[in-house]
Design a binder for this molecule. Structure first.
Ligand code: 5GP
Length: 200
């Protein structure tokens, strides 16, 4: 147990786990695996102004909201962090985080690098994990095989992926997702070490 864990445990607070990865890195699958493994952990469902993809469910994958509603919440200071990614807005509810953490639950965030910087200022005890694709060729194939985006959007996502990968040093843990099972095992052991399990 480290001193930061001691402090959180003494306060009965949960801890934030931030997972960032370029799109197409298998992050959604990893997040689902984590949530299945840690039954007490809460997933912070982000808000976004982007259109739902096929199969995405509002309230589970994202809360899909209008640009006007998003801007209103910026004015009201309702976001713990927010960022514009690929031309759409994404944000994390400050109310949700504070409520979950103060009820002693660990929380999983799936946000980009910009958002991570903001969360680290507000919650410096957060545990940060960056997921790397095995290589850019594989990433391109994964994004293309989703078949849900135009050529222009695919190129933008790939360019953004390179920019994000260049900032991976911001993160305490970096995991290469070439084998899903191994990547899941790596993240599970990180959460076990720093999360509630590791503190008990
Ligand atoms: P996608 O549109 O593929 O679901 O997500 C695009 C990017 O937005 C991903 O890098 C994802 O991590 C990021 N993202 C999703 N939710 C949030 C959020 O609440 N805040 C920030 N800053 N980024 C987010």
């Amino acid at each position: 147990m480290n001193s930061s864990n001691d402090t959180l445990a003494a306060k009965g607070m949960g801890r934030l786990f931030i997972l960032s990865a370029p799109s197409g890195t298998g992050k959604t699958t990893l997040c689902r695996a984590l949530m299945k493994h840690f039954k007490d952990m809460r997933y912070s469902v982000s808000y976004t102004t982007r259109e739902p993809r096929k199969g995405e469910v509002s309230g589970i994958d994202y809360h899909f909201i209008s640009r006007e509603a998003f801007a209103e919440k910026i004015k009201e200071g309702k976001w713990a962090e927010w960022a514009e990614v690929h031309g759409n807005f994404y944000g994390t509810s400050a109310g949700f985080l504070d409520e979950a953490l103060s009820s002693g639950r660990d929380v999983l965030l799936d946000i980009d690098v910009d958002g991570t910087r903001q969360i680290l200022k507000r919650y410096p005890d957060s545990v940060t994990v960056f997921i790397m694709p095995p290589d850019l060729g594989i990433l391109r194939k994964r994004i293309e095989s989703r078949g849900s985006e135009s050529r222009e959007v695919i190129e933008m996502r790939l360019k953004n992926a390179e920019m994000e990968m260049a900032q991976k040093d911001l993160y305490k843990h970096v995991i290469i997702n070439d084998s899903l099972d191994e990547a899941v095992a790596d993240i599970v052991s990180i959460v076990e070490k720093y999360g509630k399990g590791g503190r008990q």
